[in-house]
Design a protein around this ligand. Structure first.
Ligand SMILES: [Zn+2]
Length: 141
């Protein structure tokens, strides 16, 4: 729009269209945050690890991640998993706070409170293959 009084062009704010995908994320994000925080709190009773930020994202590649700064990230899509697999993902990232790798020490840490973690891991992989969705997770260094 051109304002002939001032001679200046009025700034037109462009609306970024909200995609269906983003709408879906926004509609479920808070629910996912609540679930993740509740389950983290539950599992951390057994470990008492310290963590900083817990962020729920619409991440494309993984269910969760843990950084060396002790920040935990989770995909909002975690709420669409069966409960025992939600717990697998939460506990998995929680244990990365101590062991930031996938070596034997890491799996030992998980096995302390989830002896059947291996079966759950297999089930999650099956879901990933079925829906062509995430690879398990990626540790961010
Ligand atoms: Zn991992």
């Amino acid at each position: 729009m051109f304002n002939f009084w001032s001679g200046k062009k009025k700034r037109v704010t462009k609306r970024v269209p909200v995609t269906k995908e983003r709408q879906h994320y926004l509609a479920h994000k808070e629910m996912a945050r609540e679930l993740v925080l509740t389950r983290l709190h539950y599992w951390n009773q057994f470990y008492n690890f310290n963590y900083n930020r817990v962020v729920i994202r619409n991440q494309k590649t993984c269910w969760g991640s843990c950084s060396s700064l002790k920040n935990l990230n989770f995909s909002y899509k975690i709420i669409f998993l069966p409960i025992h697999l939600q717990d697998y993902v939460v506990l998995h990232e929680l244990c990365h706070l101590k062991e930031l790798h996938h070596g034997p020490a890491f799996w030992q840490e998980m096995a302390k409170v989830m002896p059947d973690f291996s079966e759950r891991r297999g089930e999650l992989r099956k879901i990933e293959r079925q829906y062509h969705t995430f690879v398990l997770d990626r540790v961010l260094y």
